[in-house]
Design a protein around this ligand. Structure first.
Ligand SMILES: Nc1ncnc2c1ncn2[C@@H]1O[C@H](COP(=O)(O)OP(=O)(O)OP(=O)(O)O)[C@@H](O)[C@H]1O
Ligand SMILES: Cc1cn([C@H]2C[C@H](O)[C@@H](COP(=O)(O)O)O2)c(=O)[nH]c1=O
Length: 209
């Protein structure tokens, strides 16, 4: 049986990943392609602890937090029946909100990128994305969107942090340019315009063979 595709959506907090993943899923469904959406952190046991840390209810050393994200990712990949690998083996395409580039960008604020990559080596070995799509939105725009939608801000939702995270994303894309397929899409435009740009970047993966 043909396995599905693994497409990862990356970007700063509030960049529009959830919005655009839903639109791509809808397009794929109309084409008769079965696609599931998922995200990291997951809603599994490790992901639930991570959410508590992000909300400031539990405090954690940055190295431990990075390790928790890597462990949550392994669980996300290999969980029987519902894990990403299992879904793809059933022929499903998986659209994932964040994957290891998030770790490379957010945890390289406190640790070396190489250290974070080593921590995630097992995940990169298990599954590399067919495509990583980075929705590039200015950090101040991301914060405006987040503030418009909710009252409390998570751990990394500050202008100086998001600015550094964006730089770290581009440093990681450059570092891995020979090993990873990454497309950057301008996410500052309207939802419809961003959807068009994303579809332009990924539709070739889903044309009939
Ligand atoms: N292109 C856009 N223009 C204006 N607002 C947008 C755009 N895309 C998304 N939004 C709005 O910005 C907010 C954040 O969008 P969304 O939840 O899709 O982002 P996200 O990247 O998944 O965020 P998070 O990382 O915080 O989960 C939502 O209120 C959404 O409606
Ligand atoms: C996967 C991953 C995520 N993060 C950070 C990035 C965000 O601030 C939150 C996730 O919340 P959102 O709902 O997607 O905005 O967690 C991280 O630091 N490391 C990671 O590996």
């Amino acid at each position: 049986m043909k396995t599905g595709r693994f497409v990862v959506f990356e970007g700063l907090d509030g960049s529009g990943k959830t919005t655009q993943m839903a639109r791509v899923q809808q397009r794929l469904t109309h084409m008769g392609i079965g696609a599931d959406t998922t995200c990291e952190p997951t809603d599994g046991p490790v992901g639930t602890l991570i959410r508590q840390i992000l909300e400031g209810r539990v405090s954690m050393d940055p190295r431990t937090l990075a390790a928790l994200f890597a462990a949550d990712r392994t669980d996300h990949l290999v969980a029987p029946d519902t894990g990403v690998k299992a879904l793809m083996e059933k022929g499903r395409t998986v659209l994932c909100d964040r994957y290891y580039f998030s770790s490379y960008a957010y945890h390289a604020m406190d640790m070396d990128l190489e250290w974070v990559m080593t921590l995630n080596a097992v995940n990169a070995q298990i599954l590399k994305p067919d495509l990583t799509l980075f929705i590039d939105v200015a950090p101040n725009t991301c914060l405006e969107r987040i503030r418009a939608g909710r009252t409390h801000l998570d751990l990394f939702e500050k202008i100086d942090i998001l600015t550094r995270v964006r730089d770290n994303y581009f440093a990681a894309f450059e570092r891995l340019k020979d090993q990873e397929t990454v497309k950057v899409v301008d996410g500052n435009a309207s939802e419809d315009a961003v959807e068009q740009a994303i579809w332009h970047g990924i539709s070739h993966m889903f044309t009939k063979e």
